[in-house]
Design a protein around this ligand. Structure first.
Ligand code: PLP
Length: 300
């Protein structure tokens, strides 16, 4: 069994050809290296949730996700490592012989799965519905979808400790925005933080996230130009980008989040939107297990 090792997270400089020296430097914080599936930001969002369950003698966590969810599989593997039982409530009714690689990995880690219709899934935060459907889960600790709670935000603050002082710009991919908010709140105000949203019209998150950001922070910005058709969508140009990025930098990117962030950042740099003095650190938030469904199209 692979054990989480935060010591494996290194800051890796990108090849200068990648940014054509239009900025001072670009590096990637390799949180993808801490564990093959409890990777990247997911571990940080989970760690205080897991700790809470352990401290309170709760023996089961329950959480939610889609059939490709990095969070769901990370929760399954983390629960296993900490000897907690885990239940995953999955969006969509999948037949047992038609499971995604992600769901198979959840089962392999001992997670029990329940499949909800999309209508049922919509109601997941309604306690009455939840209790009636899953009476046997009473007394479990419920972690929201994506680990998006205060314990999640608290854990993300640990990521800030890996960021060397001299970096002026921090880039992070946004799903629920928990990682983005946690980082903005944990970092000193003079650093700019860019959140790259991989969904169409993702800027709807702006108002929600703004409420969670501590007053006084000004230098943060959400960008949603590089969604490639929407969440989870990709095209040949994104795949080509991922392969070239790997060949130049020896860093695998995932197709949902980090590839779109790096693509967007490169466009910003090459079009001269960033100062030549900028020192940019991108958070590799992991999620590489999601590439299983397109591995025949990737060189890694
Ligand atoms: C889940 C995930 C994100 C989004 O994290 P949030 O905290 O929900 O915004 C970003 N990158 C990867 C690789 C992820 O798996």
């Amino acid at each position: 069994m692979d054990i989480i090792d935060e010591g494996k997270a290194v800051v890796q400089l990108l090849d200068q050809r990648w940014h054509e020296q239009k900025v001072d430097k670009v590096a990637v914080l390799r949180l993808d290296l801490i564990h093959p599936v409890i990777s990247g930001n997911k571990w940080y969002k989970l760690k205080h949730n897991i700790q809470y369950a352990i401290d309170n003698g709760i023996d089961r966590i329950v959480t939610f996700g889609g059939a490709y969810s990095n969070h769901l599989v990370a929760a399954a593997a983390a629960a296993r490592q900490y000897k907690l039982k885990a239940t995953g409530l999955v969006r969509g009714k999948y037949a047992e012989n038609n499971l995604t690689p992600t769901l198979k990995e959840c089962l392999a880690n001992g997670m029990e799965l329940h499949f909800l219709s999309r209508e049922e899934y919509e109601q997941k935060n309604n306690p009455d519905f939840f209790d009636s459907l899953f009476r046997e889960l009473n007394g479990s600790f419920i972690i929201p979808e994506g680990g998006a709670n205060d314990y999640g935000i608290e854990g993300v603050a640990d990521i800030a400790h890996f960021i060397p002082d001299d970096y002026t710009h921090i880039c992070v991919a946004v799903g629920t925005g928990t990682t983005f908010v946690g980082l903005v709140n944990a970092l000193r105000e003079e650093k700019s933080v860019y959140g790259f949203i991989p969904m169409k019209q993702g800027r709807y998150l702006q108002g929600d996230l703004e409420k969670k950001i501590m007053p006084g922070h000004r230098k943060w910005q959400l960008l949603d130009n590089w969604h490639f058709g929407g969440f989870g969508k990709y095209d040949a140009s994104l795949l080509r980008f991922m392969n070239v990025f790997y060949e130049q930098n020896n860093i695998p990117l995932d197709m949902v989040y980090t590839s779109k962030m790096m693509y967007g950042l490169q466009q910003m740099i090459l079009s001269g939107m960033l100062s030549p003095n900028a020192k940019i650190l991108c958070i590799h938030s992991g999620g590489l297990q999601g590439n299983n469904s397109i591995c025949d199209k990737l060189v890694y």
